[in-house]
Design a protein. Structure first.
Length: 138
């Protein structure tokens, strides 16, 4: 009988659930980054309403696209997740500063971060073993 723990194995169902969750995060980041790189009106207007100069929109778009790519590539996905957490923390701080509505604007980056890290944990067994050492043997 072999000892297998949840931290060291990834079932096909876990892997695909993780891929779907991560894919949704990547699609959102690609959309967000693209509208900023193209400097579409919605991106520039929203940035100005949040109190930032419009000149930062292009740079934020490039940064978002780089983070999306790093998060999507399996070898760099944890690094991308860490960078994404920083980006989302900045978004939360920005919405807190301008007193945005709590559940729709202020907490949306937190929701996205939970989905992103949930996707990573489901598809990456070594990361699961590192972050969830209390998983029981099955």
């Amino acid at each position: 009988m072999t000892n297998t723990s949840l931290a060291t194995m990834t079932s096909p169902i876990m892997m695909w659930c993780g891929r779907v969750l991560s894919g949704l995060v990547v699609l959102f980041l690609l959309f967000d980054g693209t509208i900023k790189v193209l400097e579409m009106d919605i991106a520039t207007q929203t940035t100005a309403q949040l109190g930032y100069p419009v000149s930062v929109v292009f740079g934020l778009g490039i940064l978002t696209l780089i983070i999306a790519v790093l998060y999507a590539i399996p070898r760099t996905s944890v690094f991308g997740g860490i960078l994404l957490t920083g980006l989302l923390g900045g978004a939360i701080a920005t919405h807190l500063r301008v007193a945005s509505p709590i559940f729709t604007h202020l907490l949306f980056p937190a929701y996205l971060g939970l989905v992103a890290w949930g996707g990573l944990l489901l598809r990456d067994a070594p990361l699961r073993g590192l972050l969830l050492p209390w998983t029981t043997e099955i």
